[in-house]
Design a binder for this molecule. Structure first.
Ligand code: ZN
Length: 141
């Protein structure tokens, strides 16, 4: 049996999932989707300025894999900007190291380790403390 692909490690869920050009109705736009591992590659290399070896280590993938990933990601972003497409972020064979918990009642937001039992809101005690990582996992095809 073939070994399943190892999950790519993601530091924390993206804060935004949709981008689109101004002034064009969504139904007229083509969509390009970026997976969360592509998003993470962009964040580590082009936002934080890590080199490919450092970024690959953070994501638990090989350096050549990272290089292919970041090249594909940059091409997607260029395509979205040049062709004026809607860009969505979601999915991928990933696991989050951390997640944001957001209270639906008082808006309190807190970063904490993922894969832990969902806590109650420390600010107001509400049990409606959402895990933002779950939004992304639901999108998975
Ligand atoms: Zn609260």
């Amino acid at each position: 049996m073939r070994k399943p692909y190892r999950k790519r490690r993601i530091e924390e869920p993206p804060s935004f999932q949709h981008f689109k050009p101004c002034g064009i109705p969504r139904r007229q736009l083509k969509t390009i989707s970026m997976s969360i591992d592509e998003y993470e590659a962009l964040r580590l290399a082009d936002y934080q300025g890590l080199n490919h070896a450092q970024a690959a280590e953070k994501m638990a993938i090989s350096r050549p894999t990272f290089t292919r990933l970041i090249e594909k990601t940059r091409h997607k972003i260029a395509t979205a900007i040049i062709d004026g497409m809607e860009l969505t972020i979601g999915g991928g064979n990933i696991e989050f190291a951390n997640t944001f918990h957001r209270c639906r009642d008082c808006g309190n937001e807190r970063l904490g380790p993922a894969h832990r039992k969902k806590p109650d809101c420390p600010a107001c005690g509400s049990t409606h403390f959402e895990d933002t990582a779950e939004d992304f996992m639901k999108n998975e095809e």
